[in-house]
Design a binder for this molecule. Structure first.
Ligand SMILES: Cc1cc2nc3c(=O)[nH]c(=O)nc-3n(C[C@H](O)[C@H](O)[C@H](O)COP(=O)(O)O)c2cc1C
Length: 170
């Protein structure tokens, strides 16, 4: 499979480590993996201008880093969303990247998705998980799995091994 990992963190930290562990496992299983650090990109929120559904014909009026993400939305067989929790949700950056798929409606080929979340406290994940599950169902993808890391689990050998094993078994 062609797998695109969208990492919503603006820094190279805990979720980047989760993305790397996933990529390592998936590559060992023979998959082609690309990590897109959308948290470090300049991606504006959807303007609801409907240019994409009119004369834009599937292209966005905003010319920004979303142009680096769109090829993944068109070609990936699986999309992995990874984000730190910011105030009980995914980051604004990955949320913008998720919502800008509006230009083409939904990921064109992806049939599978997964979610990797990192947070400081024990259980702030329910909002992000609910959003992810609804979005995945709406766009016709199957949820292959969700892994969270809290506090000391972040960066731990056990959590990295869990993520790697999950990716390897896809
Ligand atoms: C703006 C901001 C908001 C945050 N909100 C939460 C929160 O609501 N709950 C929580 O447990 N951790 C929260 N955190 C902590 C991060 O989720 C946590 O440090 C995470 O591991 C960071 O991942 P990263 O190193 O990939 O950026 C917040 C951090 C920041 C910077």
């Amino acid at each position: 499979m062609k797998i695109a990992i969208l990492n919503g963190s603006p820094k190279t930290g805990n979720t980047a480590a989760m993305a790397n562990a996933f990529a390592e496992g998936a590559k060992e299983a023979g998959h082609e993996v690309e990590i897109l650090h959308v948290g470090k990109m300049k991606i504006g929120g959807c303007l609801a201008c409907e240019y994409c559904h009119g004369k834009g014909a599937g292209t966005c009026v905003q010319k920004d880093d979303m142009e680096k993400v769109m090829p993944a939305y068109k070609e990936a067989d699986m999309i992995v969303y990874t984000s730190p929790i910011y105030y009980f949700g995914m980051t604004a950056q990955i949320s913008a990247a998720i919502q800008r798929v509006y230009a083409i409606g939904k990921p064109a080929k992806a049939k599978k998705a997964a979610l990797l979340l990192s947070a400081a406290s024990p259980n702030p994940f329910s909002g992000a998980i609910a959003t992810y599950k609804d979005m995945v169902a709406f766009t016709g993808m199957e949820n292959a799995g969700i892994i969270t890391a809290s506090g000391d689990e972040n960066g731990s050998a056990a959590k990295m091994a869990e993520i790697k094993a999950f990716a390897k078994a896809l």
